[in-house]
Every structure is written in structure tokens, then in C-alpha cells.
Design a protein around this ligand. Structure first.
Ligand code: HEM
Length: 419
């Protein structure tokens, strides 16, 4: 039986924030182990897990508890109080089925069409701009896509404000590290958006507005849980937001993808000619670039991993970035190579940028299919439908800070339709 190695230090939170996505792999390398303990968030002990076997354990509901393990600040800003992410057991499975019921073939095709059409309709606007910041332009566009897809009424005059509020909330997973400067503005953004959505839930229930059947607003407003109770209107607004705030966050993957198209010009041609290339390219963007760093949980019972025994009630984090860059799972993990997905077996435990395991019974992201669809349509647009220049700018992605960004946001200029 191996002993558990430790990153010494009474509280390594600052070190985690300083080393960012690389903190965990730096420690694994230094300590010569796959599993190690560290102290963070006020000196609390966490065991850091990494890799496929660890993901299998992490998503075993008999062994691992997720409820109550997310930092309070992240719940208050990013997900909302009582959100699906914070539920467990029967309540989770019941509400998760509601989210998954939105993922019909028709709804997935609808989000594909919305993305394609909104990008096409946006070309003229981008042609008239001196410079287009892809991060900002795509968050505005996805706010239009997301609100329309969810059946929510969003006046054109408010789209930019909603996009900004969503961006502030999404950024608040900085709060994983404890102290977080933007906490108050995140909470204010959350309140604005919750108020706006709660009003629409109430009006839908009263029959004053009529979102189309099958949309999130329609289904969430009418849904009753396994005991026959409607969601309280505030909670309904919170989980309604959880259907399209993360959709809007796909702007981060889009700016990464446009960067990858620039760095790998051969990909632009392949996007037009190679079957399934938009899919493989999108998967590689999700694997390669930094987004969610790690996810927390806690052992329910004594468990064994990599020859180490962990007691019940031990806090854990699974290293998301580390697993998507684990050399045991990915050849040359730090190389951007979409073709690696030609023969990928579709395992639910290695490509886990949006969590792993089962969609219906685990906390795995409900919107993973939507994410890939929106990415495919966006990258096809940037590769096939427009041409543009890429001016000099700071295109670095700093792995030492969470969350990751293309420093410049990814600027393009001189946009023209590709005729
Ligand atoms: C859960 C990431 C897009 C809805 C999650 C989780 C992650 C994640 C890491 C937690 C997994 C876990 O706790 O085990 C992302 C990223 C996205 C994205 C990086 C793209 C930028 C979406 C979209 C939707 C969505 C488009 C729209 C439906 C959800 C929901 C959950 C979730 C409802 C909670 C599931 C549960 O608790 O069972 N996502 N997501 N996400 N995601 Fe996403």
C-alpha cells in the first residue's frame, strides 16, 4: 500500500492561484505521484485525483458525494442557490431528467440552425467594424442564440447588458480560490438576471406570455417534481438560467478555436474538405485549452486509488485540466491535434472538460452536445464563410491564471464575406 504524498504548506491557495492550471501537474511531477494531498481554502485538506481511473471513482455515486462540496461563493455567483449542481440523489435525478428532456433531436437541430443563421446575419456588422474582438462578439451573438433557444424574451436593447452580466458570473469561478475581488459585482449581475427571468416564469405561469412548447422556459415553468410540486419561481429562474448561461460561455471556446485556426492554417482547409473535421477540431479545442480547472467532491466510504487508501469523508478534487492533458491518455498532450479524435473510443472518463460519467445520473454537463454543435457551426463559419486578417496582438493563453483567456480576446480585422 502506497503512502499519500503531500504538498507541504498550511494553506496552498495562493500557490494554486499563482500556478493556475499547472499547479496540480507541477506537484505530481515534483512528488513523483499521481495522487497527492494539499491544503487550501483556509487549510482544508484536499486529495487531488487525476486520470481515467480517478474519473471512474469520482463519478461513482456509491463512493463519492458531490453535494455540499462546491465553495459557497461559487454557488452564490456562478450556479445560484439551490441550482441542480448542488442537488443529490433522487432530487438530482428527477431535476436532471428535466434538463435532459430539452436535448431532443429537434432542439439540438434548432440550436445548430440558430448559431449558423445568427453568424451569417452578423457578417455585415463585422465587415463594418475596424476590429472584431472574437471573445466579445461571440458572447453577444450567443446571448441572442441562448435566449431564443430557451424561449426567453430578451429585448435587443438589453442583449449587451445580459451578455456582460453572464460574463461576470461565468468569470466568478475564480472564487474557487477563496478570495475573489469580483464577488459583489457577480452577485449584483446574478440578481439582475434572476429578477428578469423570475418575472418571465411568473408571467408564463399566469398565461401572460407564451413561450413555445419544448423550450426551457415553457418546460421549466410547468414542471413538477416527483412529489408533484412546482419549483418555487426563484429557483425555477435559477435553473432556467442554468440552461443558457453556460451556452453563452461557449464564447470562450470560440475565441480559443479562432486562435487555433490562426496557428494551424491547414485546419482552415480541412474544415472544408475533411469529413468530421469540424467535430474533431471542436473536441480538440475542448480538450486542449484551459477552462474548468478541477471539480470538488468527498468520499462517502473508504476508497482506494493508485494504491492509496483514503478514509470516508475526505475532500477531493478531480483535476480536469490534468486529465485532459494526461500523457497516459493522450499522445503528446500539449500538441494541438484534432486527428487524435479519428479513433477516440468516446470514453465518458477521459475527455472530461465538462465533467464525466453519465448524463442522467451523474453531474456531467447537460449541455455537452449543445456545446459541440455550437462550436462546429462557429468554426465552420470562421473557416468557410468569412475571410479576415489577424493583426499583431498578445495571443498568449496564460496557464498560470484561472480562468484562462486568449490575452487579447482574439482580435480579427478586415472581415469580408468569403464569396
Ligand atoms: C454541469 C462545464 C456548457 C448545462 C457542468 C459541469 C461542468 C460544465 C464542468 C459540472 C460537471 C460535474 O459537476 O461533474 C461546461 C462548459 C461548457 C458548458 C465548459 C461550455 C462552455 C453547458 C451548456 C449547458 C450546460 C451549453 C446547457 C444546457 C449544465 C448543467 C449542469 C452542467 C445543467 C449541471 C448538471 C448536473 O448537476 O447534473 N458543465 N458546461 N452546460 N452544465 Fe455545463
Amino acid at each position: 500500500m502506497a503512502t499519500l504524498k503531500r504538498d507541504k504548506g498550511l494553506d496552498n491557495t495562493l500557490k494554486v492561484m499563482r500556478e493556475g492550471y499547472l499547479y496540480t501537474s507541477n506537484q505530481r511531477e515534483r512528488l513523483g505521484t499521481n495522487v497527492f494531498e494539499t491544503r487550501a481554502l483556509g487549510g482544508k485538506s484536499f486529495v487531488v485525483l487525476n486520470g481515467k481511473e480517478a474519473a471512474e471513482l469520482f463519478y461513482d455515486n456509491d463512493k463519492i458525494e458531490r453535494q455540499g462540496t462546491l465553495p459557497k461563493r461559487v454557488v452564490n455567483t456562478l450556479f445560484g442557490k439551490g441550482a441542480i449542481h448542488t442537488t443529490t440523489g433522487k432530487q438530482h435525478i428527477d431535476r436532471k431528467a428535466l434538463f435532459m428532456s430539452l436535448m431532443t433531436e429537434g432542439n439540438l437541430e434548432y440550436v445548430r440552425e440558430l448559431t449558423r443563421n445568427f453568424w451569417m446575419a452578423n457578417t455585415e456588422r463585422m465587415e463594418q467594424m475596424d476590429e472584431v474582438n472574437v471573445y466579445r462578439e461571440s458572447i453577444i451573438l450567443l446571448t441572442r442564440v441562448g435566449t431564443r433557444w430557451a424561449g426567453v424574451q430578451a429585448p435587443e436593447s438589453e442583449i449587451e447588458q445580459i451578455a456582460t452580466d453572464m460574463d461576470i458570473m461565468i468569470d466568478s469561478f475564480k472564487g474557487l480560490g477563496g478570495a475573489f475581488k469580483g464577488y459583489r459585482s457577480s452577485k449584483a449581475a446574478r440578481k439582475r438576471v434572476e429578477d428578469w427571468l423570475e418575472d418571465q416564469v411568473i408571467k408564463t405561469r399566469k398565461g401572460e406570455i407564451h413561450p413555445p412548447k419544448g423550450t426551457a422556459l415553457y418546460e421549466f415553468a410547468r414542471w413538477t417534481d416527483y412529489e408533484g410540486n412546482q419549483m418555487d419561481s426563484r429557483l425555477c429562474a435559477i435553473d432556467l438560467m442554468n440552461t443558457f448561461r453556460p451556452l453563452i460561455a461557449i464564447n470562450r471556446f470560440i475565441s480559443y478555436g479562432v486562435l487555433a485556426l490562426h496557428k494551424h492554417p491547414e485546419a482552415v482547409e480541412k474544415m472544408k474538405t475533411v469529413k468530421d473535421y469540424p467535430y474533431m477540431f471542436s473536441q480538440e479545442v475542448r480538450r486542449f485549452f484551459p477552462f474548468v480547472p478541477f471539480l470538488p467532491g468527498k468520499t462517502k466510504v473508504e476508497v482506494e486509488i493508485d494504491g492509496v487508501t483514503l478514509p470516508a469523508d475526505q475532500s477531493l478534487v478531480i483535476d480536469i485540466y490534468g486529465t485532459t492533458h494526461d500523457p497516459k491518455l493522450w499522445d503528446n498532450p500539449n500538441e494541438f491535434n484534432p486527428e487524435r479524435f479519428l479513433d477516440w473510443d468516446g470514453s465518458p472518463f477521459d475527455l472530461i472538460p465538462q465533467g464525466g460519467g453519465d448524463y442522467w445520473t451523474n453531474h456531467r454537463c447537460a449541455g455537452e452536445w449543445i456545446t459541440v454543435i455550437i462550436m462546429e457551426e462557429s468554426f465552420k463559419y470562421f473557416a468557410n464563410k468569412i475571410v479576415y486578417d489577424v493583426p499583431e496582438q498578445d495571443m498568449d493563453v496564460n496557464l498560470n491564471s484561472i480562468p484562462g483567456y486568449v490575452n487579447s480576446g482574439m482580435i480579427i480585422s478586415n472581415v469580408r464575406e468569403n464569396v
